[in-house]
Design a binder for this molecule. Structure first.
Ligand SMILES: [Zn+2]
Length: 64
């Protein structure tokens, strides 16, 4: 089993490259690095980002 997981776009079959993606959350925009398809622009959002990490972002905002 390979430990390295290469992400590919399901549509294009090309490897996703890290790129700046703007995420909107609670009416605020966050520039973050996410794997993105260089061909169609599809962004892979990890499950931990869709769930837990966003709570951390929310917390960080409240601290300011
Ligand atoms: Zn694609």
């Amino acid at each position: 089993m390979s430990q390295e997981k290469v992400l590919e776009c399901l549509k294009c079959g090309v490897k996703l490259a890290m790129g700046n993606v703007e995420v909107t959350y609670l009416n605020n925009k966050f520039p973050i690095q996410l794997p993105k398809c260089p061909k169609c622009g599809l962004v892979f959002i990890p499950e931990e980002l869709a769930t837990g990490k966003m709570l951390e972002v929310e917390k960080a905002l409240e601290d300011k």
